[in-house]
Design a protein around this ligand. Structure first.
Ligand code: PMP
Length: 446
């Protein structure tokens, strides 16, 4: 992390230097945004951009959805007191609504403000449920947050100094659909990895395993998906060994993959599901949905000052209703099919595109220098990101995670087809330019 000198000129004028501790490092090309509406954002010079990063940060709806903003304003006028000992009507309604759309059997819901704290809530639940446990199992390339415990659970991760503090995390390998183990097909790699996971969980532990947590599609780790066989295989192993299965849907939930939860999409049956990001419609909100029989919370375990912040909860209620009322799961599926088809066509012309990933609007391309060796094209990916931004489209970039060579196309689910088409046109143009300068070789499609 870098401390970046910002607004130096203004600050000097007042005789002070301001050092902003910037979470994502000090990009010299960082935008200052002043307005957002739907799938568009504007910078301070008035330049307009199509935002294909909506989900990565906070939203599945378009920015500043009037229903969400109104609900937040109305709640602000009524009561903003955050007290874990009181309810608000919106809190009860949102709890009921989330349970009504949750995968079967998840009838207990808890709220907090950040995905990281929601993962911690799920882990507390698991550890309270199994007080004799020595471990929590996590997958290689996982990302579960930025609190110390969730950083420890996310491994390996750039700048993660905290893993050593948390020896109870058992690191499991994951199958790789794009880079299976040498000599194996993706299906064989999945089977072999399931066997290794079973071995580790039965023979490689120092005591009981409280829970296994994973993302149905690893987001920050590089949009790494899994086959249905993997999800069902993991469920079987957890059932057999009495391990709680926690599915982290902070990125994949609330319609992003073309169904309300990725768990629905793949037929996963979690014991606990963690949600965040899209639930708040742009306001901070997250939480867990859990099977009641595992609900070993102790009163006070999750009593945070702002854990059930009324404004976030009211905004969240409006956001989840809007996702349902506007049919955004179907919309995400249809947009996703369109985007994937166009990207696959581009793949036939652009040697840089090694892989096209979906489902729904969890879309990305992995850039490689060579389709046979699959060498990550990291600098090229950054050039694509920067050129696209110059041309008014902001794509998600994985500079701080995964292999750093992924371009993510994750706009709001209600983006217009025109805006989505324009964003993909710009990606096409920019890839042509970057390929010209990079001189990449044309490889066979793998
Ligand atoms: N889990 C997953 C899968 C995530 O992608 C994230 C955020 N990128 C988190 C947890 C942590 O959420 P937050 O940043 O809101 O703490």
């Amino acid at each position: 992390m870098t401390d970046t000198l910002i607004h130096q000129a203004q600050a000097h004028a007042r005789g002070r230097e301001v050092l902003l501790h910037e979470p994502a490092g000090g990009d010299p090309d960082k935008l200052t945004l002043v307005k957002a509406r739907g799938s568009l954002v504007w910078d301070e010079a008035g330049k307009e951009y199509i935002d294909c990063t909506a989900q990565a940060w906070s939203n599945n709806l378009g920015a500043n959805d009037p229903r969400v903003i109104e609900a937040a304003i109305e709640q602000t006028r009524r009561i903003t007191h955050a007290r874990p000992t009181f309810h608000t009507p919106a809190l009860l309604e949102l709890a009921e609504l989330l349970v009504s759309i949750a995968p079967d059997g998840l009838d207990r819901v808890g709220f907090t403000l950040h995905g990281s704290m929601a993962v911690e809530m799920a882990l507390k639940l698991a550890l309270r449920n199994r007080p004799d446990a020595r471990h929590v199992a996590v997958l290689h390339d996982a990302y579960h947050g930025r609190s110390i415990t969730t950083m420890a659970a996310s491994w390996p991760h750039p700048g993660n100094a905290f893993g050593v503090l948390q020896p109870q995390f058992l690191r499991l390998p994951r199958p790789d659909l794009y880079r299976p183990r040498p000599g194996l097909t993706a299906d064989q790699d999945t089977e072999m990895t399931l066997r290794i996971v079973r071995d580790i969980l039965t023979k490689g532990t120092e005591g009981p395993v409280a829970a296994l947590i994973y993302e149905p599609i690893q987001g920050n780790g590089g949009h790494n998906g899994f086959s249905a066989r993997w999800h069902h295989g993991i469920r079987e192993i957890c059932d057999e060994l009495g391990i709680m299965l926690i599915i982290d849907e902070v990125q994949t939930g609330l319609g992003r993959t073309g169904s309300m939860w990725a768990s629905d999409h793949y037929g996963i049956e979690p014991d606990v599901l963690v949600f965040g990001k899209g639930v708040g419609g742009g306001f901070p909100l997250a939480g867990v949905l859990a099977k009641n029989r595992f609900a070993a919370f102790l009163p006070g375990d999750d009593q945070l000052t702002f854990g059930q912040f009324p404004i976030s909860v009211a905004a969240g209620l409006a956001a989840v209703r809007a996702i349902i009322d506007d049919g955004l799961c179907d919309r995400a599926a249809a947009h996703g099919e369109y985007a994937t088809e166009r990207l696959r066509e581009m793949q036939t012309r652009h040697p840089l595109i090694g892989d096209v990933r979906s489902p729904g609007l969890m879309v990305s391309i992995e850039l490689v220098r060579d389709r046979v060796t699959k060498e990550p094209a990291t600098t090229e990916a950054h050039a694509v990101f920067e050129l696209a931004q110059e041309r008014g489209v902001i794509f998600g970039e994985s500079r701080y995670a995964g292999l750093g060579n992924l371009i993510k196309v994750k706009p709001p689910l209600d983006i217009s087809r025109d805006h989505l088409a324009t964003a993909l046109d710009v990606l096409d143009e920019v890839l042509t330019e970057v390929e010209k300068t990079a001189g990449t070789r044309t490889g066979e499609l793998s």
